[in-house]
Ligand binder design. Structure first.
Ligand code: NAD
Ligand code: GDU
Length: 323
């Protein structure tokens, strides 16, 4: 397939681009490098620098790429995705995450592009009453980031039949790990594993454990850490499963949760470093427990995660960090 990967210079987008290229697809990455890196784009993919918030820039890229042959599908990873920042800049988050999606959907209609795979998030569910989380549970986001992603999902639900396109939203839980030279490299890093690796490497003095009074066995928050390589495979399967006029939503997680203390232990083991950690108050808006049911992804996409050992995921992240 001829594919456009919007946001393919970022963490998840670069790993997925590498897997798509390996599978024999023709990939063009479109990215404004606002949080991504030019050198993260795999060698076998073409690159176009453009901001998809700007319809003119997007139109220029589409015309240029389509001149070489029809575009079969778009994978849309581009977003503002820092939960804490979204709480202080809600309008910016809504504008970015909704407008990028709206621009891409209208461009698909205008250029006859039939399929979109969208990066959605577990943050759409907010504070669920129960785990594992299935796609039919209530979506009540607790922060503007999750709300803006949910709004984009809803846009896809209406746009799929209206424009006759095939849409798939993949709701990632906590993405972790790396795939060779592609990994997590955010300038502003809020995610647990890379922050712990910073301490292990001596680049930060001490780790923070946000909240030790959650109703969980050890008092720290539980998350479902999905290996980025497994996540990338799901995008390949989603391209095959997408149906014209329909919007499919699938959770992607392992179905197993680990607490912050368990992740800290895994990082200490993988790195051999002491990783001193201080107990801090809860981070605003953090749910106690987010664990996916990936049953729908299993049955509809034929997907199942293969890298479910936390130790392996952390070891891959550490190997990338040390490069
Ligand atoms: N990392 C996670 O744990 C996680 C979890 C759930 C969902 N997600 C979603 O997955 C997607 C990818 O996340 P990530 O961690 O790889 O983020 P990232 O910031 O590493 O990647 C996003 C990429 O999009 C590019 N981009 C942003 N705005 C753009 C624009 N207007 N035009 C062109 N390019 C633009 C950035 O430069 C960057 O390369 C996001 O949509 C995020 O909301 C991530
Ligand atoms: O230094 C840290 C960083 C994080 N945490 C804790 O570790 C857990 C995981 O935090 P992350 O920041 O790694 O990830 P989140 O669970 O906040 O992820 C949320 O935000 C992500 C985007 O940033 C995704 O959208 C994801 O689906 C959504 O649940 C949370 O309990 C957090 O409080 C710490 O204790 N110390």
């Amino acid at each position: 397939m001829r594919l456009l990967v919007i946001g393919g210079a970022g963490y998840v987008g670069s790993v997925t681009s590498a897997v798509l290229v390996e599978a024999g697809h023709e990939v063009t990455v479109v990215d404004d490098l606002s949080t991504g890196h030019r050198d993260a784009v795999p060698a076998g993919a073409a690159f176009r620098h453009a901001d998809v918030l700007d319809q003119r820039q997007l139109g220029d890229v589409l015309r240029e790429v389509a001149a070489g042959g029809p575009i079969d599908a778009i994978l849309h990873f581009a977003a503002r995705s820092l939960v804490g920042e979204s709480v202080v800049e809600p309008a910016r988050y809504f504008r970015h995450n909704i407008t990028t999606t709206a621009n891409l959907l209208e461009a698909m209609r205008d250029h006859g592009i039939g399929t979109i795979v969208f990066s959605s998030t577990a943050a759409c569910y907010g504070e669920p009453d129960a785990t594992p989380i299935t796609e039919d549970m209530p979506t009540v986001p607790t922060n503007p980031y999750g709300a803006s992603k949910l709004a984009a999902d809803q846009m896809l639900t209406f746009a799929a039949p209206a424009y006759g396109i095939a849409a798939v939203s993949l709701r990632y839980f906590n993405v972790a790990g790396a795939y060779g030279p592609q990994g997590e490299r955010h300038e502003v890093e809020t995610h647990l594993i890379p922050r712990l690796l910073d301490v292990a490497a001596g680049n930060a003095p001490e780790a923070s454990v946000f909240g030790t009074d959650y109703p969980t066995p050890d008092g720290t928050a539980i998350r479902d850490y999905i290996h980025v390589r497994d996540l990338a495979e799901a995008h390949l399967l989603a391209l095959g499963a997408a149906k014209q006029g329909e919007h499919l939503i699938c959770n992607l997680g392992t179905g197993t949760g680990f607490s912050v203390y368990e992740v800290l232990e895994a990082v200490r083991k993988a790195t051999g470093a002491a990783v001193p950690a201080a107990e801090k108050p809860r981070r605003a808006g953090d749910p106690a427990r987010l664990v996916a049911s990936a049953e729908r992804a299993r049955t509809v996409l034929g997907w199942s995660p293969e890298r479910t050992e936390l130790s392996e995921t952390v070891a891959d992240a550490w190997a990338f960090y040390r490069r």
